[in-house]
Each structure stands twice: as C-alpha cells, then as structure tokens.
Design a protein around this ligand. Structure first.
Ligand SMILES: *[C@@H]1O[C@H](CO)[C@@H](O)[C@H](O)[C@H]1NC(C)=O
Ligand SMILES: *[C@@H]1O[C@H](CO)[C@@H](O)[C@H](O)[C@H]1NC(C)=O
Length: 281
C-alpha cells in the first residue's frame, strides 16, 4: 500500500494560486490538465474547470496530464519520472479501447538500508533519492523546521494537513510561507496512467490522502437529491453516468466497502465524493 501511495503522486510546479486556496479537492482536475475558471465561488474555488474532450475521449488515444498519446506511443520519461514510473506506453493489446501499460521504477532505498548516519538527498521531479550525505558531512546541511520537527537539507517533508503538498528541505524553506520555497510543490495524481479514470465516474476522496482513493461508477440505482435553490445552468452542471446534477445537488449516499460516500456537484463538470471518517481504515 505504501508503494501505491508514492506512485500516485507526481510533482508539478507553478500551481495556480486560485486553486491552492480552495479547500475542495480539485486535484483530479489539475492532474488531467483541466483549466480552472477565472471566476471563483464563496469557497474560493473555481466555479468550474474546463476539461477539453473529457466526455468524448477517443478510444484509440491515451490521455495523461493534459496530453494525448497515440497507440504505441511512449510517454516521455520526464512526464512520469517523479511518479516512480520508468516507462509507459499507450496500447490496445487486450481491449479495443486504448490503455497504458507501465513499468514501475522501484527506488533502491525502498529495499536497501542506506545507513543510520546518512540523509538521503531528494530532488524535485525525481522519485528516487539522488544521493546521500553521511556522518560529519551532515553538519554542513541546512536545517528546516516544520510542525515542531527538524529536517535536514535534501529530506522530503510532508506538509501537515495538506496531503497534496511536499517540500524538500532547502535553505529558502520558510514554514510560515511554505509555497514560497522553490522546492515545495503540489502533486499530480496518476489515475490516468493506472487506467482508473472513467469520464462518467466520480473521484472518491479520503481526508488523509491527496489523490482519489477510488472512482465511484454509476449504477442504475443512483438517485439525485436536489439541493435547495439550485439553478439550471448548462454551463454549471455535473455529469455522472446518465445523470445531470446542478451545482448544489448531491447523490444519495452509498455504503461501499470503504465507508459511506457522500457525493455532490460542487465544481463541474465532475461530481466528487468524500468518505465519511468512520469508514476510513
Ligand atoms: C476532441 O474532440 C473533438 C470533437 O469531438 C475531436 O474532433 C478531437 O479529435 C478530440 N481531440 C482529441 C485529442 O481527442
Ligand atoms: C487496436 O487498434 C488497431 C488500429 O486502430 C485495430 O486495428 C486493432 O483491432 C485494435 N486492437 C484491438 C484488440 O481491438
């Protein structure tokens, strides 16, 4: 499971600040290269995202991080290196619909002990450590303070309460202005490369995880609960299977093996779901 979580995260830089202040999950949109509307809602979120060709993705193409790949095309290494994926190719070997095959790139440090007196050195955009600093050489490293803990230069730091953000400790790290550091970044999620994404489905989030935990697929029993005072505006509607939801509408909650999912249309075009806490184990 640990490997799975690491693999779901990919670094992106230059994240739009309008998205960063919003507390609704939008990482499914930003990971697919969707463009946020300039207009924001009361929660500081874009009122919608523009996801080019989301519902009419071609069956003979693969889509990843806003780019389109032809059958038998390889994804450039730089697109996937931070996700611990060494190779990815768009194919249709077993189904008529194109999908990715990929090879995970396991880092030596996942398996091999690197020494108690060493600090692994990480780089933005790379999955694996790129070196280590050992023994007395560690004294020359910068220190970072985050949430009461001290880190040494080159170490990866997870930002408390914000599972999508990662920083690498460096001289310019400032706990009070985290995103000002050049070595802090927001993740992208690799559900497209894992072939989990379906345009008719809805991402399901857990509070403690950055990327969708799974995708809820439409069922014939799904019902819409109308929100109070919602308006019919075709530009502000979510699609979920055959259902159309206005902003403020939700789906009747369903109990899954992973807990109770509450799904609503808040930032079109996709419905998104959150899992109730008691279901998270
Ligand atoms: C996007 O959709 C349009 C209209 O359906 C289609 O002509 C075009 O080929 C699609 N582009 C990609 C990259 O899938
Ligand atoms: C893969 O795509 C090619 C070209 O479109 C097609 O001829 C072939 O039948 C497809 N393979 C499968 C398994 O559907």
């Amino acid at each position: 499971m640990k490997t799975q979580i690491i693999i779901q995260l990919i670094a992106i830089e230059g994240f739009a600040s309008t998205v960063a202040t919003c507390d609704q999950p939008t990482i499914h949109y930003t990971s697919m290269g969707c463009t946020p509307s300039e207009q924001t809602n009361d929660l500081g979120c874009p009122i919608s995202f523009d996801c080019l060709n989301l519902s009419n993705r071609r069956k003979d193409k693969c889509y990843l991080f806003g780019k389109t790949y032809n059958l038998l095309e390889d994804v450039p290494y730089k697109e996937i290196s931070s996700a611990c994926i060494g190779q990815a190719k768009c194919v249709n070997f077993t189904t008529p619909e194109a999908y990715f095959i990929n090879a995970h790139n396991d880092c030596p440090e996942f398996f091999r002990y690197w020494g108690a007196n060493c600090v692994l050195q990480y780089t933005v955009g790379e999955c694996c450590s790129t070196g280590k600093v050992c023994d007395d050489d560690r004294n020359a490293l910068e220190k970072c303070s985050l949430d009461g803990k001290t880190y040494l230069e080159g170490e990866r730091m997870q930002i408390p309460g914000d599972p999508c953000r990662t920083c690498i400790c460096s001289k310019d790290f400032d706990e009070t202005n985290i995103m000002s550091s050049e070595k802090c970044f927001v993740q992208k999620c690799s559900f497209e490369i894992n072939n989990e994404f379906k345009p008719e489905a809805a991402p399901v989030y857990r509070a403690d995880m950055c990327c969708p935990w799974f995708w809820r697929s439409p069922a014939a029993t799904d019902k819409v609960i109308k929100g109070a005072g919602t308006i019919d505006d075709p530009k502000l509607q979510c699609n979920y299977g055959d259902l159309t939801l206005n902003v403020g509408d939700s789906l009747e909650p369903v109990t899954t093996a992973n807990g109770v999912g509450t799904c609503s249309c808040s930032i079109p075009p996709l419905v998104h779901c959150t899992l109730a806490k008691e279901g998270m184990n």
